[in-house]
Design a protein around this ligand. Sequence first.
Ligand SMILES: Cc1ncc(COP(=O)(O)O)c(C=O)c1O
Length: 393
Amino acid sequence: METRNVYVDHAATTYVDKRVIQSMIPYFDKVYGNPHSLHSFGRVAQKAVNDARESVASILHCTPKEIIFTSGGTESINLAIKGVALSKGSGHIITSKIEHPAVLETCKYLEKQGFTVTYIDVDKYGIVNPNDIKKAISKETILISIMYANNEIGTIQPVWEIGTIARKYNILFHTDACQATGALSLDVSHLYVDLMTLNGSKMYGPKGVGILYRKKGVQLQPLIHGGGQEFNLRSGTENVPGIVGFAKALEYAQKEKQQENKRLVALRDNFIKKVILTIPKSVLNGHPTERLPNNVNISFLDVEGESVLLYLNEKGVAVSTGSACSSQSLEISHVLDAIGLTHDAAHGSIRFTLGKETTKNDLEYVLSVLTPIITSLRRISPVKVKKSEIRKT
Ligand SMILES: Cc1ncc(COP(=O)(O)O)c(C=O)c1O
């Protein structure tokens, strides 16, 4: 088979949809006013931001005033968690062991400031048991932060059930929906969330734009002070082209998700089946069905994921080991550790995340180059792990 370029790392980031780029272009050189200026240049820019806010709000089933534009997932998460914590002054936070570092590091920072944090375990698929959340609640609990879908293994959490518990105990609930933004329902009236983080760069929108949904009445301490933009919660001149692009990308993603998810699930499941059948000692990580439509995470026993990534790269295939953010270091992913994999099993894990342009032929090509790579790496590998020994005892 001829070498081809196959990008299967869409959970790290996606390209920007051409229709989204078109929608953004006028806001670089034609409508370039500052939305806070009172003249007509400013007013047109302000209208673009307002229209984008209304469009996002209608998808989330909330009011425009509940939408705060930020610079992306990390900032929204920081604003949600630190914003609640600083406005309360003290208290206890519940989160899970498989959150993105944007959540975990924020929680660790708050622990140093005197807050207490419970990191809930997950099951072998990476799913949080809502009962464990209930058990962790105390009189001091001020916030629960559980991600909607995991960035490494794609597991989808029972957000609605957790939201129901949070509401019953009158505790604020934040969900990091960065990976769910383009694929899952974002209707906050059904999810029972008080705060929700969305990311543009994983759903064919521009990088550097995100939103935080903040339910009316939720008190947040701003982290960035200045001119009072975004309802005094996120000062700084708005990224108008980015905001316009974010809203357009979200519109397309939500409109097209049903059909696209169906296509992706079929491709995903067929690829998983073929890999497991063709390559011995390969194990799927995450839940077989409760996972993002585009996520495939497989541990290839007796090999180093990093070597597989580099050899695949030589063949034009872009994948990830664990999450892009942690793949710089050789420590095993905290997510694979939390689902109980041993060091050796976790080291051989590869994440393939499919996208809108991924085809069956692309995945056949991936399999055709992957198989000999794994075979030759295993030949020189000193590690021999049995399939029955991949979990910590
Ligand atoms: C689940 C999750 N949360 C948060 C983030 C952080 O988003 P950003 O890098 O846009 O700040 C990411 C990005 O990979 C993510 O996957």
